[in-house]
Write a protein that binds this ligand. Structure first.
Ligand code: ZN
Length: 264
């Protein structure tokens, strides 16, 4: 950085990215509400699900409106789910984390879209035990297209990521009824890991699967231990894949270095 040049303190730029992230996050909450209901995400305008009142812009400011309204609809006072400010906050923090990791530029923008897709998928899979194709299929295409010009992964590795990421889960989904006597994975998980592979490449798609499997097993065993879950009960895998993908996105170089160190 040259001395005397006009550069804003980094904190202010981070704040701008954070605010931008919460605004996009506000749109994500619309997607999370409407996609599983197969409603348009563009029209109509946001309305209170309880009383149908249209939400004016000043009651739709990310995070702040929720706090100012005390978490309730202005008209009918029914409570607004906590997920709204949480999704907005997480999206804002996620964008700052990506900026911190890859710096300004087109890759950060592409990873931001990727991160938001993971966030939507996490929440919808958590609630509905399904991962919408409306996110994963365009995500796969976007990841491969971005790999052509702006993503460091490169086109070949992106394509391999789709094939290996989707293929390994496809194989597991095919084998697991024979091994475990039950369906293990949904088609949504397969397309999700293919999308991860498109953005991060085949090595980090496998790393994502490994991290997700470990996290899922730990949480599953923990939930069974505290009797919050029954043995054999279905647990959505999408949120773990999404978290694994986030870890792989933020710590990819470290994971790759560790991996190369192990196999040598
Ligand atoms: Zn209302």
């Amino acid at each position: 950085m040259q001395e005397g040049s006009l550069i804003l303190p980094f904190g202010i730029m981070e704040l701008g990215v954070f605010v931008f992230g919460t605004i996009i996050g506000s749109f994500l909450t619309v997607c999370i509400y409407r996609l599983p209901r197969e409603q348009s995400i563009v029209t109509p305008r946001s309305a209170c699900p309880a009383c149908g009142q249209n939400i004016p812009w000043y009651d739709n400011v990310p995070v702040l409106s929720f706090m100012l309204l005390g978490g309730r609809c202005r008209k009918c006072r029914s409570s607004i789910p906590y997920r709204y400010p949480i999704v907005e906050l997480v999206n804002g923090v996620g964008y700052v984390a990506i900026l911190w990791r890859v710096g300004w530029g087109w890759p950060a923008l592409a990873y931001g879209v990727f991160f938001s897709a993971l966030l939507i998928i996490t929440w919808i899979d958590w609630d509905y035990l399904m991962i919408p194709d409306a996110i994963t299929l365009p995500g796969i295409i976007l990841g491969v297209l971005c790999s052509l010009w702006i993503l460091p992964v490169g086109f070949v590795n992106s394509l391999l990521g789709v094939i290996v990421g989707g293929g390994v889960l496809l194989a597991m989904a095919w084998i697991s009824p024979f091994l475990f006597g039950k369906e293990g994975l949904g088609g949504g998980d397969i397309k999700l890991l293919a999308m991860v592979g498109a953005f991060l490449g085949w090595q980090l798609a496998l790393a994502t699967l490994m991290i997700a499997s470990i996290l899922g097993a730990l949480v599953g065993v923990g939930l069974i231990a505290v009797s919050a879950m029954k043995r054999g009960q279905y647990m959505p895998f999408g949120p773990y894949l999404a978290l694994g993908a986030l870890i792989s996105l933020l710590f990819g170089p470290e994971i790759m270095a560790w991996y190369l160190g192990v196999i040598q």
